[in-house]
Design a protein around this ligand. Structure first.
Ligand code: NDP
Length: 371
């Protein structure tokens, strides 16, 4: 039962030693199952920037739990139930989505411990959600465009953007799974979209997604890097909705080009490996009456990690009723970047975080097994 273990807390950028691929673990797939238990074969797991934040000492608190040293990493995955106790809430053959340990097979105990408050919002499927996939999407889509990052874009757009036709949106890191969806949602609402990414190939893709203006942030002299970005914002701005995927020094430039009463959706990948850049022009918030709000998708989506908190699942039904169909019909585009086998995960994670995926770009995931 191969696993991807959290091996070492990184200082700054993670390294291959942050992880350990472990082939020693054993699981008895024929064992007797009772009390609602089931065994899931993992098909694919997601690698996401927020996981860098979980690579920290346990005593440092944050919105998502720290990974446990020498235990499997956990995160969003899709699997198929291969065995189920007679009283399990799942059937053999059910495909399920949710937080899972990164290993080939997972024994999941019954859900008796689920608290009543969570059940009220989410129904019985609190831990793992059964995915019917009548749309025939690849299973990986359910951890990407139709999964956590897609939900981040969909829910934050509804919750914070307050978008109006004719306004201007700026979306950094536009070729990642959140950016891809955000660009298309903004276009669907009639906004003009400016977006940036780190290579010419990515920039071409931003245009395919519908971005009106797209630029390569790595070609410029500092972070977004001075003149080119400034010229673009001066010509095509001011920005009404700023999706701050990257943040840092480039954010300082963006603030100068925000419109009055602009809205900003918080993210800050530029600081994930170290100290945050000290933005010097925050007075722009006062002068322009700006509103920025941090957003954590877990506040709006079920996962085992957040069962004990209050979850407001108000967007979940709408998301699953609309987004997978649009992806399947091609009304929304999505691009994925696949790595094969859990042993490829350390390389894949480092490349994803740096934006240098050897196998292309888009939503990075690990294909653990065929479906
Ligand atoms: P992405 O694939 O977009 O994130 C990785 C990309 O970010 C890289 O490919 C690179 O793109 C860019 N990047 C990384 N480091 C830097 C840097 N130092 N400076 C500039 N660009 C950098 O991931 P997602 O689409 O999954 O996520 C986008 C953002 O949304 C992230 O900040 C993520 O943490 C956040 N997020 C927040 C959630 C929430 O609930 N709050 C949930 C999900 C995501 P490029 O090559 O184009 O520069």
């Amino acid at each position: 039962n191969a696993q991807l273990l959290f091996n070492q807390i990184p200082k700054g950028e993670p390294t291959p030693e942050t992880f350990k691929y472990n082939t020693e673990n054993k699981i008895d797939l024929e064992q007797k199952l009772d009390n609602g238990a089931h065994i899931v074969k993992i098909i694919c797991v997601s690698l996401d920037p927020y996981m860098r934040g979980r690579m920290r000492p346990a005593e440092v608190k944050s919105y998502s739990p720290a990974f446990e040293l020498h235990k499997p990493l956990t995160g969003h995955g899709v699997g198929v139930v291969i065995r189920a106790a007679a009283d399990s809430q799942y059937k053999v053959g059910d495909h399920v989505y949710g937080m899972v340990p990164y290993q080939q097979f997972v024994l999941i105990p019954g859900q008796q411990k689920v608290d009543e408050e969570s059940k009220k919002f989410l129904g019985p499927q609190v831990g793992l959600r059964v995915i019917k996939n009548e749309e025939g999407l690849p299973w990986s889509a359910y951890i990407g465009a139709a999964g956590m990052p897609g939900k981040t874009a969909f829910m934050a757009w509804k919750e914070i953007a307050d978008a109006k036709k004719g306004e201007v949106a700026f979306i950094s890191a536009g070729s990642g799974p959140v950016g891809q969806m955000a660009i298309q949602l903004a276009k669907a609402d009639g906004l003009k979209v400016i977006s940036s990414a780190g290579s010419d190939e990515k920039v071409a893709f931003l245009k395919e997604l519908g971005a009106d203006v797209a630029f390569n942030c790595k070609l410029q002299s500092t972070s977004h890097k001075t003149d080119d970005a400034k010229k673009i914002f001066a010509e095509h701005g001011p920005i009404d909705v700023n999706w701050v995927n990257v943040g840092g020094k480039s954010f300082e430039e963006e603030l100068e080009f925000m419109n009055m009463h602009g809205r900003l959706i918080g993210g800050w990948i530029s600081a994930y490996n170290g100290e945050s850049y000290g933005v010097r022009n925050l007075f722009q918030f006062v002068a322009k009456r700006l509103m920025m709000r941090g957003f954590i998708v877990g506040d709006f989506e079920a996962s085992l990690a957040v069962l004990q908190q209050n979850i407001n699942a108000k967007y979940v039904d709408d998301f699953y009723a609309t987004i997978p169909k649009k992806l399947a019909f091609g009304d929304l585009k999505f691009k994925e970047c696949k790595y094969d086998g859990l042993e490829s995960a350390p390389k894949a994670f480092l490349e994803m975080l740096a934006g240098k995926q050897s196998g292309g770009f888009g939503k990075v995931f690990i294909q653990v097994a065929a479906d």
